[in-house]
Design a protein around this ligand. Structure first.
Ligand SMILES: Nc1ncnc2c1ncn2[C@@H]1O[C@H](COP(=O)(O)OP(=O)(O)O)[C@@H](O)[C@H]1O
Ligand SMILES: [Mg+2]
Length: 530
């Protein structure tokens, strides 16, 4: 924050308020800026040690940015000495923090000091193996159990039980299948039906309207693709599981525990921990040893949590274990930005804590967007979220004026495409491309100044094709269509042909498929056989 960007009065209050402070504020209002400033004032003015402040944020990337912003600000303040010390500072994700804590106390935590953390794909392989082992053990030759397996299907059973396992562990809950019975399924189905109808996904809609039983609703990932339906789909899958768990509860519970044992044994063999272990073991360590807990909580004079809306119950518990009674605890977040589909975040934790803290500070000046844009956002959000929404006022200064209306709404009437032989999505893509063409032709904007944002990247391909067809250059940053890229398609074909040991001519149609790809597959297979 330089002279011309001095904090506004609300920010000053949030920066200076002592004790337990909760800031609930919208996007671009300076929440992270306040954390940066609190950190710098604590170390520069109050003489706190750099490593006596714990700053937690949600992603590795955000943690990196936060560290860079604090370093930059310390340099601006002429404190190059403190900027250098920042490398040893505790600015990380909660997983990063737990990792560092366990590295410092492996013996007390009962883990191999040389432990490694599984990445996403290594974890997936290990979980798959563990589930197979548990399933074999569980079924044996028992015809009743084999019937159960046939009714659910192995893949579905695996997805649902490994999913429940991960969800329960990430929230620090015991591995117990709760059986709510059938009651929850119908309302969840209704939500998914409504969302599906809105998207015009006819195949899925037909399936849902055919009155499917809970067995066939356990895994809808093949039918309901894409992020837009993810939440409603998972709601149905969970409710279907609950309905079935009520019936087959004992057996599913046994399999869940068997899987847990096999997965644990596999991780032990490799001295590996997964993300959930990091948090669970850190909690155990802090709860199990007063000495360590006291030492760690004495270390931290001040704890600050950015993006608190994405923190779940277990993570909140960890923060509470570290907080000391006379220390400073500072939470900032925005419930309207909760990335609820992100790994087990739980916005309820944010709301509960906000209630507990009582006096909540607001920041209402937005520095990122133009007033014309904020006006529309305030209008829409106030309508949707009611009184809980805090309107934003524009504080940013923009050198160039805005031309024409700042927000323009183009609506696609999906119903009108029904039975026309054209899907609404490519049609919508063409409309957007035509409008972009107009903007470019009239000189209002250049292609490089225009961005298309999607709730999910799954269908970005259609829009890119339409823009290219209109003669507009595109650059696509969304990663969801990874599997449609030529080199990935090629590699996929290579590996599937290799796996099925089909004759070589099945590789026709692949371009640039080298031996390397096959050997990668070989490595993976032998790894699985071990
Ligand atoms: N008082 C201020 N004066 C000028 N710019 C500010 C002020 N406070 C914040 N900003 C700028 O506004 C932008 C958004 O701030 P940030 O702290 O990232 O917001 P949030 O975390 O709430 O999304 C940043 O570019 C920041 O430098
Ligand atoms: Mg921020």
């Amino acid at each position: 924050m330089t002279v011309e960007t001095a904090p506004n009065l609300e920010q000053v209050r949030a920066i200076e308020e002592p004790g337990v402070v909760f800031v609930s504020a919208g996007a671009g209002t300076g929440k992270t800026t306040v954390i940066v400033e609190r950190f710098c004032r604590a170390v520069c003015d109050r003489g706190l040690d750099v490593d006596s402040i714990l700053v937690i944020t949600y992603t590795e990337r955000a943690a990196g940015e936060l560290r860079a912003r604090i370093r930059q600000r310390l340099r601006e303040l002429g404190r190059h000495d403190l900027a250098r010390e920042l490398d040893a500072g505790w600015i990380s994700t909660i997983h990063g923090f737990c990792h560092r804590l366990l590295r410092a106390h492996p013996f007390e935590a009962g883990i191999d000091p040389r432990f490694r953390v599984l990445d996403e794909s290594q974890g997936r392989v290990l979980r798959g193996e563990a589930f197979r082992t548990a399933l074999e053990e569980f079924c044996g030759d028992d015809p009743a159990r084999l019937r159960l397996l046939a009714a659910y299907g192995g893949r579905r059973l695996r997805r649902m039980l490994t999913g429940v396992h991960e969800t329960l562990r990430s929230s620090g809950l015991p591995l117990r299948l709760e059986a709510a019975g059938d009651a929850g399924l119908e309302p969840r189905l209704e939500e998914l039906r409504a969302a599906t109808a809105e998207l015009g996904e006819t195949e899925l809609l037909r399936f849902l309207e055919g009155g499917p039983g809970p067995e066939s609703l356990l895994d809808l990932s093949d039918l309901a693709r894409g992020d837009v339906l993810a939440e409603a789909r998972q709601g149905v899958e969970r409710a279907a599981l609950e309905a079935l768990a009520a019936r087959d509860r004992e057996q599913l519970q046994e399999l869940l525990l068997g899987y847990d044992r096999a997965y644990r044994a596999a991780k032990d063999r490799e001295s590996a921990l997964d993300f959930e272990d990091l948090q669970l073991l850190a909690r155990e360590l802090l709860q199990g040893s007063d000495e360590i807990r006291e030492r760690e909580s004495w270390r931290f004079r001040s704890i600050m949590v950015d993006e608190f809306q994405d923190t779940n119950r277990l993570q909140c518990e960890l923060i509470d274990l570290l907080a000391r009674d006379d220390g400073e605890l500072f939470f900032v977040g925005d419930e309207f930005q909760s990335i609820y589909r992100f790994r087990h975040a739980d916005v309820e934790v944010f709301r509960e804590r906000r209630e507990q803290v009582g006096g909540v500070l607001a920041l209402t000046q937005n520095y990122r967007s133009r007033p014309e844009v904020l006006e529309v956002i305030n209008h829409l959000f106030a309508g949707d979220f009611g009184e809980t929404f805090q309107p934003l006022s524009a504080a940013g200064r923009f050198p160039d004026p805005a031309f024409g209306p700042a927000v323009e709404l183009l609506v696609t009437d999906k119903d009108s495409y029904k039975g026309s032989g054209t899907h609404w999505r490519p049609a919508e893509a063409r409309h957007i491309a035509a409008r972009v063409r107009e903007l470019v032709d009239s000189g209002e904007a250049e292609p490089g100044e225009i961005v298309l944002l999607f709730a999910a990247g799954t269908d970005a391909r259609h829009y890119e094709e339409a823009l290219r067809a209109a003669g507009l250059p595109t650059f696509r940053a969304t990663g969801r269509d990874y599997y449609h890229q030529q080199q990935v398609v090629d590699l996929g074909r290579c590996s599937s042909a290799w796996r099925k040991r089909l004759p070589r001519d099945s590789l026709q149609g692949t371009r640039g498929c080298s031996r390397r790809s096959s050997s990668a597959t070989t490595g993976w297979r032998s790894r699985r056989r071990r």
